[in-house]
Design a protein around this ligand. Sequence first.
Ligand code: PMP
Ligand code: GLN
Length: 386
Amino acid sequence: MSIRIPSLQSKLPDVGTTIFTVMSQMAHDYGAINLSQGYPDYDGPELLRERLSWYAGNGHNQYAPLAGIAALREQCAAKIERFYGHTTNPDTEVTITPGATEAIYCAVTAVIQPGDEVLMFDPVYDCYDPAVRLSGGIPVHLRLAAPDYRIDWDQVARAVTPRTRMIMINSPHNPSGSVIDEQDIRQLTTLAEAHDLIVVSDEVYEHLVYDGREHASVLREPRLAARAFVVSSFGKTFHVTGWKTGYVVAPEALTTELRRVHQFVAFVACTPVQYALADFMASTPEHLDQLPAFYQHKRDLFNEALSASRFRFTPSAGTFFQLVDYSAISDDDDQTFVRWLTQQIGVAAIPMSVFYQSPPEERYIRFCFCKEDATLHKAAGILVAL
Ligand code: PMP
Ligand code: GLN
């Protein structure tokens, strides 16, 4: 019997397995300390995990409502009011999703028509460009220049055309750790209004901002909030990346379009996880206030230990990532360097070039510091010897 396989034309022919999966697998295969993919090597709060097992053990295991359970949407709205002074209607403006990735995909898919141009900034988080292309949109890659990785608003203004429909921003920024400020928000507001752009603001690291800074959320500016999908992730905020639960805040008209897509992509997010998160947010609001100090301690511990090394760096302003320049150690390109670092030296990292349409000149790699202090000490102890 001959079995005939169907002809196939890939919709993403240039895309391989994500670098995060590749590097974590390599770290595992070579027994390296994994400072590549961004996830903690410690658990989320005990009470949160206890609430999940309670709900899973007590009959909360069927579909949630499409938008997410009311109690969690209300907690999100209360948190947004508290941190950003923005009043959000939990029924019509908040949607719980299976992770920020799905939220971003649905926001893009809900809005982008074939031929629409979408502005994004390299180094760019890996799910933005494919989402745009799958909708027939055209990703327009601008640059954040090292070492500051700030948005050059003149460059942005020059890139706008009559086909520009959306701008995607990410602050605190993965992978660079840079953050936007009020001045950026003002520039973004002027630009978005002048050209009638929709904004996707990826704020999954909103509570991981250091050195006393406040997170410049798009939700602080009503004129921007009126034209934005603001995306966050409970995975980052509560140390449970594997729970894959996030949310999107958007004005009612945008939320309606988002839900039209979301109901046919995932339909809903996981039910007992939503109940557990709602309980934990209600009972432990101080968790959010403690996060900056918790992670700043880890950043400082890692950086202090690395200061004796030949890596050069500027301390990260946000996220749980630290970029380092390895050019004093090696002339290799970054992919070769991280392979060597993982396989021969025993510490895994992420190469920066994967976040660019055309490779950057500087030689940087990304380390993740959401790890036990002992893990960070151990990794730094190895890295200072290079
Ligand atoms: N955006 C950025 C910038 C991220 O770093 C991540 C992280 N993993 C996501 C989106 C996706 O988050 P989630 O795991 O909730 O899908
Ligand atoms: N956002 C995480 C990182 O940057 C990885 C998430 C994923 O593997 N998709 O490391």
